[in-house]
Design a binder for this molecule. Structure first.
Ligand code: ATP
Length: 420
């Protein structure tokens, strides 16, 4: 039997993964065998997300009688009701139950649903119909929007990475987290490249601790569950009360797909191959924008202010560069919010040689018609005949990414490109 839960927390309180952790503890105490839980992120463009649009799913491995199922449902409902911030307007919990046989029977449909909630925005009604179609059950609280993500978490397929979530004692909730920064750096260095997004070296920022008053003390992400146990022990500071390892889709890029510009629509994730057709420029707010064309259309690509030093890479692009842009599509004005860029081919860059070919003096521009005139020997050179010197590009072919603190949960860091 599968249980999906989503949309229980608010910016002030709780965390859906905490419910999953308590639920697993209770179910194990009642004698059930439970698979590793899943924490699955869905379309990051969903507007009403609290943080990273994540839902959780639990898989009970035993064969169950109806009285077991009733017991499991009751334990789940009690925990969701106890640890939901019902007062927050934006918290609209949902629970989904799906039997093992129905899950197996409908695996293809569920895979379709998983892709749908990664790429698109769907309605509660759509999720409701889908749950009934695959023979599941749902419980909605308030608007019940959580059923969308609850089924999404159940439906997920590989690739997976892992996250170890460590939780605080109740009396610590809301208090400042005391985690030793140097121990995070040490852990990062010792476990690289198998753990990721631990520390942002560009902005000197610890990334494993959340910023909200939720029960999570820290979360360590990696491509191997074993290494997370070792990583956890390197962290110094406040001691966690309990921890749980989740299977996740963090750092996998599963929210992105290759698309032609003509087919792009808002609020989805894309990978677009094309040429730079308008040079990058700075716009209000500290963002940097350039225009990309792939022969089917043109689209703006934006490196936002929080991406900090990454904007300097974007500023160095010139017309003619061939790149692949990875990112999500914002609605108004339509454009790609860049998460990562792969430079495939650099256009040659030239500057005009302002040295007079006759006497070595300096050439001065006199307008397109008159061309250039030497200040020393006074000879003229036509506008198109001035020599051009190739200059070295201050960029290399390959991947460039935003710093860890600006990265989406789903974005694959470059360090994982050849690993998963
Ligand atoms: P939480 O930790 O509570 O899950 P969160 O940041 O993950 O916080 P939610 O509070 O869950 O965000 O809000 C996201 C809401 O969006 C959930 O109700 C979820 O069911 C819903 N949702 C998820 N994917 C989609 C989608 N593709 N289209 C529409 N709604 C979605």
């Amino acid at each position: 039997m599968f249980i999906g839960i989503d949309d229980t927390d608010s910016p002030n309180k709780y965390c859906t993964t905490y419910i999953a952790t308590l639920l697993i503890e209770e179910l194990k105490n009642s004698g059930y065998n439970i698979d590793m839980p899943k924490l699955i992120r869905m379309n990051p463009m969903v507007k009403y997300k609290t943080r990273g649009n994540g839902g959780v799913a639990i898989h009970i491995l035993d064969e169950l009688y109806s009285k077991d199922k009733e017991e499991i449902k009751n334990i789940t409902i009690d925990l969701v009701e106890k640890y939901t911030d019902f007062e927050c307007e934006n918290t609209n919990p949902g629970i989904v139950f799906l039997d093992e046989a129905k899950y197996k029977e409908n695996r293809e449909k569920l895979t379709y649903y998983y892709k749908k909630v990664l790429y698109d925005i769907v309605s509660v009604d759509y999720a409701e119909k889908f749950i009934l179609k695959v023979g599941g059950e749902f419980i909605k609280y308030k608007l019940g929007r959580g059923i969308i993500g609850a089924l999404g978490a159940i439906s997920s397929t590989p690739p997976y990475t892992y996250e170890l979530l460590a939780y605080r004692k109740k009396e610590m909730w809301g208090k400042k987290r005391e985690i030793d920064e140097n121990s995070v750096i040490k852990m990062d260095k010792e476990t690289f490249p198998y753990t990721f997004d631990n520390y942002d070296y560009e902005n000197n920022k610890v990334l494993i601790t959340p910023n909200t008053p939720c029960p999570v003390l820290f979360g360590i992400r990696g491509i191997d569950a074993e290494i997370l146990l070792r990583a956890k022990d390197i962290i110094e500071g406040e001691k966690p009360e309990r921890f749980m390892i989740f299977k996740t889709n963090h750092g996998t890029d599963v929210h992105l797909r290759k698309m032609n510009i003509k087919d792009i629509y808002p609020n989805t994730g894309v990978i677009v191959y094309g040429k730079v057709v308008e040079e990058p420029r700075d716009i209000e707010g500290g963002h940097v924008i350039f225009r990309l064309s792939d022969g089917t259309g043109k689209i703006d690509c934006v490196a936002y202010e929080p991406t900090k030093g990454f904007r300097d890479i974007i500023r160095k692009l010139i017309v003619g560069d061939y790149v692949a842009v990875y990112g999500t599509v914002r609605e108004e004005p339509l454009g790609i919010n860049i998460e990562k860029i792969k430079i495939l081919k650099l256009e040659k860059k030239y500057i005009k040689d302002k040295k007079c070919p006759y006497c070595g003096g300096t050439l001065k521009a006199k307008g397109k018609k008159a061309g250039y005139k030497c200040k020393k020997c006074k000879k003229s050179i036509a506008y198109n005949e001035i020599r051009r010197i190739e200059v070295e590009r201050d960029l290399k072919v390959g991947f460039y990414e935003v710093p860890g603190s600006a990265r989406r949960h789903l974005s694959k860091p470059i360090q994982l490109i050849d690993l998963i």
